[in-house]
Design a protein around this ligand. Sequence first.
Ligand SMILES: Cc1cc2nc3c(=O)[nH]c(=O)nc-3n(C[C@H](O)[C@H](O)[C@H](O)COP(=O)(O)OP(=O)(O)OC[C@H]3O[C@@H](n4cnc5c(N)ncnc54)[C@H](O)[C@@H]3O)c2cc1C
Length: 390
Amino acid sequence: MSPLDFDSTRLPSPHLADSHEAWRKSVRAFVDREIAPNVNCWDEAGGFPRDLHQKAAAIGIIGLGYPEDYGGVSEGVDLFHSLIVAEELARAGSGGLIAGLMTHGIGLPPVIALGSDELKARIAPPVLAGEKLIALCVTEPSGGSDVANLKTRAKRDGDDYVVSGEKTYITSGCRADYLTVAVRTGGDGAGGLSFLLVEADRPGVTRARLDKMGWWMSDTASIHFDDVRVPAENLIGALNGGFAGIVTNFNMERLSMATQAIAFARVCIEDAANWARERQTFGKPLSKHQVIRHKLAEMVRQVHASSAFLDNCTWRVMRGESPVAELALLKVQATRTMEFCAREAMQILGGASFIRGQRIERIYREVRVMAIGGGSEEIMLDLAARQMGV
Ligand SMILES: Cc1cc2nc3c(=O)[nH]c(=O)nc-3n(C[C@H](O)[C@H](O)[C@H](O)COP(=O)(O)OP(=O)(O)OC[C@H]3O[C@@H](n4cnc5c(N)ncnc54)[C@H](O)[C@@H]3O)c2cc1C
């Protein structure tokens, strides 16, 4: 019988073929070589080397699933290949690493899906080569959940838009070269929103780093736009047609976050099971105490349920469906699984869990951002309820 670990807690999927397993092996080798040995020190230092983006691009991680014309890798690639990247990166036990390294996963898709050919040819190749970084700027100090009411304004003036307003909690906001900014170009509500590509070095852009409870190695910024002039050709997609793009982007972000959350739960199981086998209390290993065995069984139960749900949602998205309600429920299911497993793993490790420098301690600090970012639990449940006609 194989020990309870990261791999033994992955349910077999009918959607995975040899190419997925081969891809998993290469991503894992990259993570074990370039990331895992450095995670603790990068987290304490509050950042990771910028050339990691280029190294990840070189093995195909950054360009995976993007058009070959712009330097991506799409031949023989499906959504399961992309989620394997999220899963294997999560094995290193740092959400901050994934948020920082893969920010283009939320910043670039609007450009690819809606942008003009000129914009795509200008922006996508350096991003997919890991040379330039791109961030997504939707959330504002006045609120992130009520996206349709965002306030940052872009007014047309001759050949330019003039942007004024403020964004906050923006991942990679200080390091990014390009900002995909949701702006109000029209009237009130969802119908007045557009996406605009703002080069971060334009006069009037100022950025400040925010300190956080977790995700230390990912830079999170507040960004001011003080009458920033941006050429009109930087408009991404149709004028006042940005809301649909924001929603599509959210769906994919939620699928990726659910994948990560389940993988983090499996990391917790692996480290807690190892500890439970080794640690002796009352004359026997912790794992021989029924209370502890049941904790591990409960963790696996929840991981299996969440994984099966994830597999089904991924398959539906790959078939061209947009299961908005299920993706919202999946994000809640997956992040609650992560929350439960992080808590129980902390209990199994006891005092050792509270000491910095190991995966469970870091994951525990990262639970809240997973349950709030990309659509909070409350908003996800309400969205799902409305979609289901409640
Ligand atoms: C580390 C980090 C990184 C992030 N990265 C990015 C990024 O790269 N780009 C970006 O645009 N955003 C980013 N975000 C923002 C994130 O998406 C928002 O924090 C999230 O959408 C919630 O918005 P808010 O924080 O403004 O909360 P609010 O919208 O102010 O809501 C506050 C609380 O009230 C609840 N609530 C709100 N409305 C209702 C309601 N109608 N019914 C019941 N409950 C309600 C919410 O669930 C939430 O718990 C990031 C956030 C963090 C913490």
